[in-house]
Structures are given as structure tokens and as C-alpha cells.
Design a protein around this ligand. Structure first.
Ligand code: GLU
Length: 513
């Protein structure tokens, strides 16, 4: 049985999903799961000028990738649909008209030029951008200021008009926020927001209230940037007579730039070289590509774990939680009031922790796909035994590529200089002799390879340590990777021998020139 808890994530389909947006979705999801409730996705697409094709699909894909798919939404119809506001257009006008009848809203006929003239006229040093409000509305062309007969005429002539909320002067509007406690607003600071536009489409302010009511939303989590809109919404809940059904509000703390100064933006990511979006976003208007955590090699488990801890913790000091632990432990009273600083190094740490926790078989398909994208011919079967050798060194799935590349093809670049400095005939001798022994080796096993290496070194009076780094560079290309004899084992005899012989040629040529 579902509980009465119903929460909604209500994005506008205007572009890629910023990690703040995903965190809002996540907190909604966790709260719903914790209370056995329902997580609704509502697409707030009333602003047709900002609509971007593909954005809705992208949002759904992101939620799915994160493992927090909605219980109801445009792609999973429930009792409360449709879940796109544009498809609910016919619902809203009646409520706007009701507000007019009750004196809580009014028709406004002002043209864009008249609005501009108003701003010019009332602009002052103290008030650089005057708003349409109680002190100004009497000077404008609206149904509160004009004669009833004039209003009648304008309406019957179908003069373009909007419907605005009639915000009362000098009132205190009190928000009870689950995170912030009581927040007081003076209604003089609130303008007479448009509720219904000239084309009959509601604005966000009207639609959000009507939909939260009709969809029986019990708790509304959203970003702190919506706090200034809260008094408009509270007034509407009151005016429409629905106050007793109003959701409990929670305005989530901002996600801050790494230096803690200001809200994290997409531009910070571009500037500092980390993703801010959940997944790659191709903007169909500008063709611009914005990188996402998924494509940068993050696991969804790590991504949501990191996001959950941006502004919340369970008080235990533990940090690594899977989704079901997060659902179990989530509580609103442990959400912080202050902004949460984004730290990319910490994000990578979470990813590394999750990479370590994943079984090699689970990682193999993803690593395999990424290597293939780089043109490296691999199979999952070949990759699986190698994952465990290198995963300690990988913070992202992309880090596996250089760590595994040389197992499947000759190193793309080789740090010859590191060998060359100490290359001499003794070393050449050693590698030639050892190659002959390896060629005759009956069993291609790590210990056997290592034993023969040491024996040849002793026989030729060379310290094994002196040639081991050279061997690594010959096989791998650089000074990294798992134990070198293990590498040789996985490379198999032919590749090992061909890389050594290639190296002897290169180093010899260099020595004789
Ligand atoms: N449509 C708003 C947004 O894009 C939703 C705000 C709210 O949750 O009330 O974020």
C-alpha cells in the first residue's frame, strides 16, 4: 500500500540537467521511498519560448541512468495525468477567472510599450526596476484601474490581455519551510505576477499551484532559487481556498562553486574542467556539447551518492551509501540550511570507492564499450580478468582506458628516454638472451617468466632491478601498471617477445646514430 506521501520533480524542458536539478529529483525520490510514497515527474513546459526539443527525453534518460525513475509522469501515466502542463492548458483558465471573481486577480491590458514606459516613469535611485504592484497598478490599464464599462469593451473586442494576481499591500506572508523554519515575506516586495498569459497559457506560478493541488502533492522539494516565488504561491493556495491541502515546503540549499562563492554554474564546469550536467547534452539550437558525469566515466551509484551528500548527511560520519541505504537513512531534518560546496576531487573519490566496490564482471561491459569507442578491439571476456589488476588506480571509467590499452595493442607512445639514458651493451645482451629463454619457455606463467628473468640476470651479472623498469616501459610504454611479470603473462608470449625485440631495435638504432 502506498502512503499519502506524494512528491514531484517539476523541471522545465529548457536544456540539460544541471546537477542541482538532479539533486532536487534525488531528494524527492529519497523522501518518497523513505515514506513508501509516490514520486511524480511533471514537465513544466508552459513557457513555450524556452522550450527545447529533446530536453524532456533527456531528463527522463538522466533519471533512469541515476536509478531514480518516477512512479508517475508523462511516460508512466497515473491517476493524475496528463503530466505535461501544456496538455493541461484547459484546466487553468477557470481558476484564474475564479480569482478575478473573488477580487484576487485582475485583467491587465498593458502593451509591452506601456510596461516599458511605466518602468521608465517610476524608476528612481531607490527603485531601479519598478514592479507592477499595489502602488503602481492604479496607473496602469487593468480592470482594477479602468471603468467597468471600459473593461467590458476591451474584453468584448478581444483586446490582448493577461491575468495578474492582486497582491495585497502590507501583509506578512509566512512560509513554514521544513528546512528553514518560518520565513517571513512582506507582500510589498512581491509583484502582481502574471498568472495567465495572453495566449491562454498559464505561467509557472498559477500552474505549479493548480497542479500541486490536483496531483495531491504532499511535500514539495525544490531549489532555494524558488524561495522568492514562495509568497506568490502561498497567496494563491490561500486565495483558491486550498490552504489545508498545501504541500509542506522544503527549499534545498544551493550547490556552490568549489571556492564557495556563488551558485555553481555550467560555466564554472567549462572553466575548471569538470562536468556540471548529469549526462552529455547536445543543444539542438547551438549545436554546443556540454559534458556530463556519465560520459566522463562516473558510475550512477557514485553520482547519486555524491549528490545526496551535497547538503545532507546522516550524522554517522559514514559517506558511502547505496541507493537503498540512502532511502532508508534519508531525513529532512538532516538537510543543511547553508549552501553545499561542490568539490570535484571529492566526486572522483566517491567514484573510486564505487569502482572498488563493483565486481569486475559488472565493470567489464562499460569499460569494454568505452575502449571500443576509442577504436581498441577488445572483448568483455578478455577485459574481465584485467579489471581487478588496475581498478585501484582508476577514479573514473575513462581511467581504465590507458591502464588497459597496452594489453590489446602495442603501446601508442613509449617513454624511450627513460630507458635510453642507461641503455648499454650489457642490457642489450640481457634482453636478447632472456628473449631466447622466453621463446623456449614451456609454460607461460607469471612465476616462470619472473624466474627466468632473474636467472638470466644473475647469470649475466646484472641486478634484476636495473632491467625491470626497462622491461616495463617496453611492454607498457610508461612507468605505470600492475606487476610487470603479470603483464607479460597476460600479453602472452608473442606480444611480449615482439615488444622486447622492437625495443632493442629502436634503442640500438638510437645508440648507433
Ligand atoms: N519548473 C520549475 C523548475 O524548472 C519547478 C520549480 C518548483 O519545483 O516549484 O525548476
Amino acid at each position: 500500500m502506498k502512503s499519502a506521501v506524494r512528491v514531484r520533480f517539476a523541471p522545465s524542458p529548457t536544456g540539460g540537467l544541471h546537477l542541482g536539478g538532479v539533486r532536487t529529483a534525488l531528494f524527492n525520490y529519497l523522501f518518497a521511498r523513505h515514506h513508501g510514497g509516490t514520486f511524480v515527474l511533471r514537465i513544466e513546459d508552459t513557457d513555450q519560448t524556452r522550450f527545447v526539443p529533446g530536453a524532456e527525453h533527456y531528463i527522463l534518460d538522466c533519471l533512469e541512468w541515476c536509478g531514480i525513475s518516477p512512479d508517475e509522469g508523462p511516460h508512466k501515466e497515473g491517476r493524475f495525468g496528463p503530466y505535461r502542463q501544456s496538455e493541461r492548458k484547459s484546466t487553468y483558465r477557470a481558476f484564474a477567472e475564479q480569482l478575478i471573481q473573488q477580487g484576487h486577480a485582475y485583467y491587465a491590458f498593458d502593451t509591452p510599450e506601456e510596461l516599458e514606459a511605466m518602468r521608465e516613469r517610476f524608476k528612481s535611485e531607490n527603485n531601479p526596476s519598478p514592479q507592477y504592484n499595489a502602488s503602481i497598478r492604479a496607473h496602469m490599464r487593468n480592470s482594477l484601474a479602468l471603468d467597468a464599462s471600459e473593461v467590458e469593451r476591451l474584453l468584448s473586442e478581444k483586446t490582448p490581455h493577461v491575468i495578474r494576481i492582486n497582491v495585497p499591500a502590507n501583509q506578512t506572508v509566512v512560509l513554514h519551510d521544513m528546512i528553514r523554519g518560518e520565513v517571513h515575506f512582506n507582500s510589498n516586495e512581491v509583484d502582481d505576477k502574471v498568472l495567465l498569459k495572453a495566449d491562454g497559457m498559464p505561467t509557472y506560478h498559477l500552474a505549479v499551484v493548480v497542479d500541486d493541488y490536483q496531483m495531491q502533492i504532499s511535500h514539495a522539494f525544490r531549489g532555494e532559487e524558488w524561495l522568492p516565488s514562495a509568497p506568490v504561491h502561498l497567496l494563491l493556495w490561500d486565495f483558491l481556498g486550498w490552504k489545508n491541502s498545501m504541500p509542506q515546503w522544503a527549499h534545498l540549499p544551493l550547490i556552490l562553486k568549489p571556492d564557495g562563492h556563488g551558485k555553481l554554474s555550467k560555466r564554472d564546469g567549462d572553466r575548471l574542467g569538470f562536468p556540471v550536467f548529469a549526462m552529455d547534452w547536445h543543444d539542438p539550437r547551438t549545436q554546443e556539447l556540454t559534458r556530463g558525469f556519465r560520459e566522463m566515466g562516473f558510475l550512477p551509484e557514485a553520482f547519486i551518492n555524491m549528490l545526496a551528500l551535497l547538503g545532507w548527511n546522516d550524522g554517522s560520519g559514514e559517506e558511502v551509501f547505496d541507493r537503498s541505504q540512502l532511502c532508508e537513512r534519508f531525513s529532512v531534518d538532516r538537510i543543511h540550511k547553508g549552501g553545499a560546496r561542490f568539490d570535484f576531487e571529492k566526486a572522483k573519490w566517491f567514484n573510486q570507492e564505487w569502482i572498488k566496490r563493483k565486481r569486475d564482471e559488472e565493470l567489464a561491459p562499460q569499460v569494454c564499450e568505452r575502449m571500443k569507442q576509442q577504436g581498441i578491439q577488445v572483448t568483455q571476456e578478455a577485459i574481465t580478468p584485467l579489471i581487478g589488476l588496475v581498478k585501484e588506480r582508476c577514479q573514473t571509467l575513462m581511467d581504465f582506458i590507458p591502464q588497459l590499452d597496452y594489453f590489446f595493442r602495442d603501446p601508442v607512445s613509449v617513454d624511450w628516454n627513460s630507458i635510453r639514458a642507461k641503455w648499454d651493451s650489457g642490457k642489450k645482451n640481457f634482453f636478447t638472451e632472456w628473449s631466447n629463454e622466453l621463446a623456449a619457455l614451456a609454460e607461460w606463467k607469471t612465476e616462470a617468466i619472473e624466474d627466468s628473468f632473474k636467472q638470466v640476470a644473475i647469470r649475466l651479472g646484472i641486478k634484476p632491478g636495473e632491467v625491470q623498469l626497462s622491461l616495463r616501459i617496453m611492454l607498457v610504454g610508461g612507468k605505470f601498471g600492475p606487476p610487470v611479470f603479470l603483464i607479460a603473462h597476460y600479453l602472452q608470449k608473442d606480444s611480449t617477445l615482439s615488444r622486447i625485440s622492437h625495443a632493442i631495435h629502436i634503442l640500438d638504432d638510437a645508440a648507433s646514430s
